[in-house]
Design a protein. Structure first.
Length: 196
């Protein structure tokens, strides 16, 4: 396996888009695309940056190392027990598992598989996974999933004059006030696109 294939394998096993991966190592997403397509060789400097950012031994790129078993990588397996279907219903079941870096996960986090229509504003596509948290600390412009009964809405939090207003991403939908007694609130931490 050559360096570009190792790079692609690593990014996909981490569940990161090119943009997210690039941001973590301090380069542009376009540069990652160039490296993955083989149009330019991967430099030692980039390999060192990847090694530092993800706690991966640099030898990963040159030896046959199994990422999942490598204790230095510090991945945590998360079961995917929730699904948002095309009708925006939240379902419980067994929808697979993901291995994500421990340093981006807290005890309040879980993963939802998304099978609805694309939400361009949040860069969410059908078959993406969404890492969410039930952390109660909310900030202006947080991306949220609001659960009302079995149905969900994707909203952006807007704090105005002490009011927590939820701005839906769907056109022609109404804004509403956050009421944590009547709705469950999941803060979106990361969208995981395994296709890119």
């Amino acid at each position: 396996m050559d360096l570009k294939e190792r790079l692609i394998e690593l990014r996909k096993k981490l569940g990161l888009t090119r943009t997210e991966f690039a941001a973590r190592i301090g380069v542009s997403a376009a540069y990652i695309h160039i490296l993955e397509s083989g149009k330019q060789d991967i430099t030692l400097r980039v390999l060192e940056s990847i090694s530092r950012s993800f706690d991966i031994p640099i030898t990963y790129f040159f030896e046959d190392i199994n990422l999942i078993e490598d204790t230095k990588l510090n991945l945590k397996k998360l079961k995917v027990n929730y699904l948002i279907n095309k009708n925006n219903e939240l379902k419980y079941g067994d929808f697979g598992e993901l291995h994500l870096p421990k340093k981006i996960i807290s005890e309040k986090d879980f993963v939802i598989k998304y099978e609805g229509k694309s939400i361009d504003f949040y860069e969410i596509k059908n078959s993406n996974f969404i890492l969410v948290t039930i952390d109660k600390e909310l900030y202006n412009q947080d991306r949220l999933i609001i659960k009302l009964g079995n149905y969900v809405k994707f909203c952006t939090l807007c704090i105005k004059r002490g009011n927590y207003i939820l701005l839906p991403v769907e056109e022609n939908d109404f804004s509403f006030i956050l009421d944590e007694k009547k709705m469950d609130v999941f803060k979106i931490k990361k969208v995981i696109d395994l296709e890119n």
